[in-house]
Ligand binder design. Structure first.
Ligand code: ADP
Length: 257
């Protein structure tokens, strides 16, 4: 099983008009896929279909080689959504407690944590670079650090696939690059397959291995190198006015694709 996700001929509509049409997309094991598209292009709808929050109407999705409606191993998938709200300084939960709550999926609520659970929590905190913050109240952390806490919370159940929906909303501009570097480490060092949804193509292209451009249809899907060969005017057609300057640093790649 080399494809973690395989989407075939997927179409979806809430009402009369389709919001997704004939989507074909695979996510290979170990990939770091960026799904980009302007607002209203169907990104959230696609994620909801993947996570089983919306019912598939037309087409097929298989996950870890299994038909979507038979798939049961949801613990293999971690999901981190856009951070909806910031916590206030007085929010009564420590970083450690928030991360440990990610284990309830596996062990149930109100059970005592075993030594192995504590090790797992510590490992997750290390992976996002927050070990030194474990006893802080989550409200004392910056937006970017809070988002790392939620990633650690998703990591404690040892997912093989992590889906991130606009994770850098609320992360300060100067911390965005180190945030992406952390995601890169999760991908390369821990081997976690990443699916990152964003409206911002500019900041992701030097980290992801594949790019998918969605706007009801899948306009482009390929590796980062192929994506960079797309002409800027093709991207403008796709994005309307919303094209950012690509920030890819060519020195990183060395023709490895
Ligand atoms: P994105 O995540 O790219 O911003 P969405 O998947 O949220 O896009 O939305 C795609 C389209 O579907 C938009 O036109 C949106 O208005 C519409 N839509 C989203 N959710 C609903 C809903 N629950 N009912 C009806 N239309 C919806």
């Amino acid at each position: 099983m080399n494809q973690i996700i395989e989407i075939k001929n997927l179409s979806f509509r809430y009402e009369k008009d389709y919001v997704l049409e004939s989507i074909n997309l695979s996510v290979p094991k170990g990939a770091f896929v960026g799904i980009v598209g302007p607002n209203g292009s169907g990104k959230s709808t696609l994620m909801k279909l993947l996570l089983g929050l919306l019912k598939i109407q037309q087409g097929e999705i298989s996950i870890f080689g299994e038909e979507h409606n038979k798939f049961k191993d949801w613990h293999k998938i971690g999901f981190v959504s856009q951070k909806a709200n910031s916590f206030n300084t007085g929010f009564p939960a420590t970083v450690y407690e928030v991360v440990s709550s990610g284990l309830t999926k596996k062990i149930g609520m109100f059970r005592f944590l075993k030594k192995s659970d504590h090790l797992q929590i510590q490992k997750a905190l290390d992976s996002v670079g927050l070990s030194d913050f474990k006893n802080r109240n989550i409200g004392e952390l910056s937006g970017g650090q809070q988002q790392r806490v939620f990633i650690a919370r998703a990591l404690v159940s040892e997912p093989e696939l992590l889906i991130l929906d606009e994770p850098t909303v609320g992360v300060d501009a100067q911390n965005v690059q180190s945030f992406y570097q952390m995601l890169d480490d999760l991908n390369k060092k821990l081997g976690i397959t990443l699916l990152l949804v964003t409206h911002d193509i500019g900041t992701i292209t030097d980290k992801v291995t594949h790019v998918a451009c969605l706007n009801k249809h899948l306009h482009f899907h390929g590796n980062t190198h192929e994506f960079e060969e797309l002409k800027l005017n093709e991207l403008s057609d796709f994005y309307g006015h919303d094209v950012h300057v690509l920030t890819h640093n060519h020195a990183h790649h060395g023709g490895s694709h």
